[in-house]
Each structure stands twice: as structure tokens, then as C-alpha cells.
Design a protein around this ligand. Structure first.
Ligand code: GLN
Length: 458
């Protein structure tokens, strides 16, 4: 990890950890159904985060331009909403996750509506709903809206546009189907020209971070200070992104990342953490749902580590985080990140447990720790003679309630009676005054001490 030059560079170093670790991930394939996209440099990887104060943190290829593709759908939806209102838009396009691929041919049987504005069929309708005297004017308004979200004047990649226009038979078929069903009223060719052009707008992952931050900020671009749309529209857009933005991966995405997001087949991904920041990611190799493999993994790691799940927030006031640290040490994402500790833990897995506590530890947090440790002790091989050693990393604990201190004391004496040790690491040096609990300021020393008191592989 590069050493941070300023305090806020700590955020950049964090992105660097995620970025650098994922460089080795070469799963997936670059999209080639639009011939021009096949020329993308597959190893490109950019990761950017824009805070609501307008500071952008960047790691990797964040200045590389690529076509926005389906990421545009979320932002054009905001324009259709502002032009027509929520009800008028949704008489023409549904708001239900389709559970199918982005280009699926599936319309609601009773109304002929496409399932939602994030799949191609729904996005084609949304594009047609943007006000404008003619297709040129409509596209001009779309480009202005995308540019306002990004905070700079965006341009179109004409060769990608031409390539998609000549190879876009499936989208053309969808548009004809919707015209016959009555959900698309405008002409097919003029609508698709605008849609293909909107997909061919060039952005960087830095732009996507700013666009996401503008949504997260209730419609005011944190770089320019300009209001792009209303807070209400942002809420609608982020709702549809959360439920439908990742197509047939939308449910699992929400489960694992818990953030409104939108993917595009050039490898871009935008995610918004409401009231916190926007994320922009880019890497061209795609998974089966047409989303960037690295972008998906990176966003999920960040969301998990920052505790960003939109349904997590109401709990953070009271709930602590209590977790076995093995995975996290491996990922290198904790405040006490230490390859040496990961190694010792791996070598002594049967005898040594490292648990990491975070936040405000009350009864609930301490109880979870006890239950987790019960499970771990239960899982030890029964023939094991060496006593178990438990390391509790308190580095990121903000406060320990008295009941939790009492429970830790009880844990230490319970273990002591059985010949086991409990060791706490806490750089703040808060003395818990707990008999039988060894305390170290430094996490690495604590793990080393613990590893030495296990008998290793006997
Ligand atoms: N322009 C692409 C298409 O219509 C967008 C698809 C995508 O990014 N998922 O096929």
C-alpha cells in the first residue's frame, strides 16, 4: 500500500488496497455484441469515490473514458420523471424487477409495458418520454442532464454510436414490439437513434463517482454546487436502481452490497450511498449479467467494510459489529491490517481465534461475541490437547458499555478456568481492569503472543 501523504489520502489508500488486490482478477469477458466495444483494453481498472463535500478520491485508471451504456438509463429516467411526473412515466413503464437479462423480450401481458426503466425495453420508452421538439433537441437535453450530473461537458463516441446502430437489431425488435403493444408511441428509428447516442456518451469512473454523489446528495452536484434535479426525483431514481439496476443480479446485489447501483456493458458501474458519497468504477470484463466483474467485487467489499447497506443504518446506533477476523485479515481492509497476523492465524487455525469488535459494544454485541466463540470452540477438533487462545481486537471499538466489560471479564475467567487465554489488543490502552485478560496496545504483538502460547502443530 502506498503511504498516504495527507490525512484524507487515507481514503485513497483504502481504495488502493481494494484496487490493487483485484488487479489479479481476470474473470469475465469484454462485451463484443456491439463490435466497437470489443476493442476495450480488458485490464483497465478505475475506482473513484466522491464525497458530498466534493472531494474525489481516485485509484487506478480513473481518467480513462469509456461509453456510459446502460448507466445512462438511471440518469435519463430522472429527466423523464422531471418532464412527466412519476405517475405519467409509470403508466408507460413498470417498476418491477424483471429477474431477466438487460435485453430480455418481456412485456407485461395486460398493458404491454416493459418491466422497469433499467432494462433496455424500459429505457427505450423512458428515452422517448423526454421532452423535446425533435430527436436532436431531445438528445441535447439528455446530454445536458448527463453533463450536469457529471459536472463537466460530456461528448459522444461517434464510432460506438455507429457500431451499435448497425448491430442493434435486438433493440429495434424490442421497440417494434412495444409500438405494437402501445407502450412506445414515438417512431422506432428516431427513438433508437437517441437511445444509442445516449449509450455512447463518454465518461470516466471519476465522472460516475460524481454522478453517484449527486444522487446521494439529493440532486445537488457536490463539485459544481448546481441543483440538477429534486431530492424526490433522486429518491425515485435510487429506488429503481436498488431494485432493478443490476438486472437478473439485482436481488443478490442488494443482499450483498445493499446500495442503489447501475451497471453498463462497457464496464462502468455507479453506486450511490444516500447522504454519504458516490462510487464510480470501471473495468471492462463482464459477468453473466453484463456487469463488470471487478467493479461488482470492489463495490461489495467497500460497502461491507464501510457498513453501507441501506438497511444497516437504523441498527448502527445500538448494534456493534462482532466478526471473526480471518477473512478480513486476508482482505487487508481492517484498521489493524497485518499480513503477519493473517499468517499466524492461518498456521494456528485450530488453536487461535481472532475476533474483531467495532463501534459501541453493549449487551447485544458482547452476547454475539460469546455465541460466536461458543461455535468456534465447538468446531475445534475434539482430540486437540493444546488450549485455545482468543484474541479480541478492540482497535475500532468506540465505547464499551459496562455490561459488556462485565461480560468480557466473565469470558476471561471462564476461559482461564479451562486453561485457555484471552488477549485484547487496544491501541487506546483502555484498561478494562479485567482479571485474567492480557492487554496489548498493538494488534500484531497480541497475535504473536497468542500464537506463542499455542503449541502449534503438536
Ligand atoms: N447500449 C447497450 C444496449 O442497448 C446497453 C446495454 C447495457 O449496458 N446493459 O444493448
Amino acid at each position: 500500500m502506498r503511504s498516504p501523504a495527507t490525512l484524507s489520502d487515507i481514503v485513497t489508500s483504502f481504495l488502493d488496497v481494494v484496487h490493487d488486490r483485484l488487479l489479479a482478477d481476470r474473470r469475465g469477458d469484454v462485451a463484443d455484441y456491439i463490435p466497437e466495444l470489443a476493442d476495450a483494453e480488458p485490464d483497465r481498472f478505475g475506482l473513484a469515490l466522491c464525497g458530498l463535500n466534493g472531494r474525489v478520491y481516485e485509484s487506478g485508471d480513473t481518467g480513462v473514458e469509456f461509453t456510459i451504456q446502460s448507466v445512462s438509463k438511471a440518469f435519463v429516467y430522472s429527466l423523464a420523471l422531471d418532464d412527466n411526473g412519476l405517475n405519467a412515466v409509470h403508466t408507460r413503464v413498470g417498476a418491477e424487477p424483471s429477474g431477466e437479462a438487460f435485453n430480455s423480450v418481456k412485456l407485461e401481458s395486460s398493458t404491454g409495458r416493459p418491466p422497469n426503466p433499467m432494462v433496455n425495453a424500459g429505457a427505450i420508452v423512458t428515452t422517448a418520454l423526454v421532452n423535446g421538439a425533435d430527436p436532436e433537441h431531445r438528445f441535447e437535453r439528455i446530454l445536458d442532464r448527463l453533463s450536469a450530473f457529471a459536472g463537466r461537458d460530456l461528448t459522444v463516441d461517434e464510432s460506438v454510436f455507429a457500431s451499435e446502430r448497425t448491430s442493434g437489431d435486438r433493440n429495434r425488435a424490442l421497440a417494434y414490439l412495444m409500438r405494437s403493444a402501445g407502450s412506445l408511441i414515438a417512431g422506432v428509428d428516431e427513438t433508437l437513434d437517441v437511445y444509442f447516442r445516449q449509450c455512447s456518451v463518454l465518461v470516466t469512473s471519476r465522472d460516475l463517482a460524481v454522478m453517484g454523489a449527486t444522487l446521494a446528495n439529493g440532486g445537488v452536484n457536490p463539485l459544481t454546487g448546481r441543483r440538477v434535479t429534486s431530492a424526490e426525483t433522486c429518491q425515485h431514481v435510487m429506488t429503481i436502481m436498488a431494485t432493478c439496476g443490476m438486472y437478473d443480479y439485482a436481488g443478490e446485489w442488494l443482499l450483498r452490497a445493499g446500495l442503489p447501483a447501475k451497471s453498463g456493458v462497457a464496464g462502468g458501474l455507479v453506486a450511490a450511498s444516500p447522504g454519504e458519497f458516490g462510487l464510480g468504477l470501471y473495468s471492462p470484463r463482464l459477468d453473466h449479467s453484463g456487469a463488470s466483474v471487478r467493479a461488482v467485487v470492489a463495490a461489495q467489499q467497500l460497502a461491507k467494510r464501510f457498513g453501507l447497506h441501506i438497511l444497516h443504518r437504523p441498527l448502527t446506533l445500538s448494534a456493534a459489529e462482532v466478526a471473526a477476523a480471518a477473512d478480513e485479515l486476508d482482505e487487508g481492509l481492517g484498521a489493524s491490517q497485518d499480513a503477519a497476523a493473517a499468517q499466524l492465524l492461518a498456521e494456528n487455525a485450530d488453536d487461535l481465534a481472532v475476533w474483531r469488535l467495532r463501534g459501541y459494544i453493549d449487551f447485544d454485541g458482547a452476547e454475539r461475541l460469546l455465541l460466536d466463540l461458543d461455535d468456534w470452540l465447538e468446531s475445534r477438533p475434539p482430540e486437540r490437547i493444546a488450549p485455545a487462545v482468543i484474541v479480541l481486537d478492540l482497535t475500532e471499538v468506540t465505547q464499551l458499555q459496562s455490561v459488556a466489560v462485565w461480560m468480557l471479564a466473565a469470558l476471561a475467567s471462564w476461559c482461564g478456568e479451562r486453561g485457555m487465554r484471552v488477549i485484547a489488543s487496544d491501541p487506546q490502552g483502555r484498561s478494562l481492569g479485567v482479571a485474567g485478560l492480557s492487554q496489548f496496545a498493538d494488534f500484531e504483538t497480541a497475535v504473536q503472543d497468542a500464537a506463542e502460547s499455542t503449541t502449534g502443530d503438536d
